[in-house]
Design a protein around this ligand. Structure first.
Ligand code: PLP
Length: 394
């Protein structure tokens, strides 16, 4: 234990991102390890939201739509673009991840006439699978669930689109975007990446890897706030053929012309559907300011080091009373999942001790490490509290 305390102190003292923690208003005494589910708010956010409500809404009223609100989905999208390796004009913030998966999958099937199958990660976050099932029914295609490692077994000249999670929400495993994208393309299929657990975690290269479409959450590692709208990426080359099913006026070429027929906007705006949820969108906008002062390579390096240190603490303090599900090599995001038959009760006990992780049925404890505000001492304290709870339970 003494060596772990010493290691944590040294790592925290040498942490190049230590100062970023000051940008967050964290409750003293609480070890928050659930930023992979709901990120913490940066300090500047509350004042900005108040300004939006008091001034933009309260004083400018309807004029704010033309002064700044209507174009906010693209403007905020441009702030996310560099985090996912996208050149300007290809990312827009709108709707939820679930809705964007629907848009992306239908659009991808429409791009591949004659191909009759949708391939989806068999262990996917449920909403992705549910939406894919509905898209298959609506488009008259067949759904093929498969573990990403076995993608080769199902790809064929019938595959229209493959939908994969970059980081698995349950195990924390990171998949090889370059290799899997290349496999889908070799079969002539499109690929849609779900970046919910990798956006804000590691440098992503959507343009360089020629990814077809991508979607992601903003309320996890991007700290956009509860229910903050999601983003969708449509590369320039595909924008003209991107025909999404939610042909609302928000994605119209000239929304305020109030024309009788739908004509999609020429660029990324065609991925929009209806009126943007301005309060959430501008909350996200304010939260994204912290990324201006950090380099994703540093975030990635710290996230790997934090999770590695946590796994070392678990090995030393708990041993094989829990199983570390997350890969020990670099194929992981910034979460560590542990398996134990009483996972639910253990998470509740930890929460009572001010260590907040979460539980995923039936037997997984998840600990998310947000390099912008988590410290190595948080990792040690979480492992130590879990060791105490397990000892007390014996
Ligand atoms: C969190 C998450 C979602 C959430 O979708 P919502 O529409 O925001 O509820 C979807 N997919 C994955 C992989 C997630 O991790």
């Amino acid at each position: 234990m003494a060596d772990l305390i010493e290691r944590a102190a040294k790592l925290d003292a040498e942490d190049p991102l230590a100062h970023v923690r000051d940008e967050f208003d964290l409750e003293p005494g609480v070890v928050y390890l659930d930023g992979n589910s709901l990120g913490a708010p940066p300090r500047g956010v509350a004042a900005r939201v108040e300004e939006v409500v008091r001034h933009q809404w309260g004083r400018r009223l309807i004029r704010s739509w033309t002064e700044s609100w209507w174009s906010a989905p693209e403007r905020v999208g441009e702030k996310i673009a560099p985090l996912v390796g996208a050149a300007p004009g290809q990312v827009v913030v709108a709707d939820s991840t679930s809705v964007n998966i629907f848009k992306a999958l239908v659009a991808a099937v429409r791009m591949a006439p004659g191909r009759r199958e949708i391939v989806v990660d068999a262990g996917t976050f449920p909403t992705d699978g549910y939406i894919a099932e509905s898209v298959a029914e609506l488009t008259g295609t067949v759904l093929r669930p498969v573990p990403p490692d076995e993608l080769d077994d199902v790809l064929s000249d019938q595959t229209a689109v493959v939908l994969l999670n970059h980081v698995d929400y349950k195990t924390g495993r990171l998949y090889d975007m370059a290799a899997l994208t290349a496999k889908a393309h070799a079969a002539g299929a499109r690929i849609v990446w779900d970046l919910c657990h990798s956006a804000g975690v590691l440098p992503i290269e959507l343009d360089a890897l020629k990814v077809d479409l991508a979607v992601g959450c903003t309320y996890k590692f991007l700290n956009g706030g509860p229910g903050a709208p999601a983003f969708i990426y449509v590369p320039r080359e595909l924008q003209e053929s991107f025909r999404q099913p939610l042909s609302g006026w928000g994605g119209h070429r000239d929304p305020f012309a109030m024309a009788p027929g739908y004509e999609p906007a020429p660029g990324i705006a065609r991925a929009r559907a209806g009126t943007p949820d301005i309060l959430s969108l501008l909350t996200l906008d304010a939260a994204l300011a912290v990324w201006r002062q950090v380099d994703l390579a540093d975030v990635r390096a710290k996230g790997l080091a934090l999770t590695e240190f946590f796994i070392d603490c678990v090995d030393e303090l708990i041993g094989d009373a829990v199983e570390v599900v997350t890969p020990r090599d670099d194929r992981r995001g910034h979460q560590v999942s542990l398996r134990h038959p009483d996972a639910g009760a253990l998470v509740a006990e930890l929460t009572a001790r001010q260590v907040i992780g979460d539980f995923r049925t039936p037997d997984v404890l998840r600990f998310g490490f947000a390099p912008l505000y988590n410290r190595y001492q948080d990792a040690l304290q979480a492992a130590n509290s879990l060791a105490e709870v397990l000892t007390a339970a014996r």
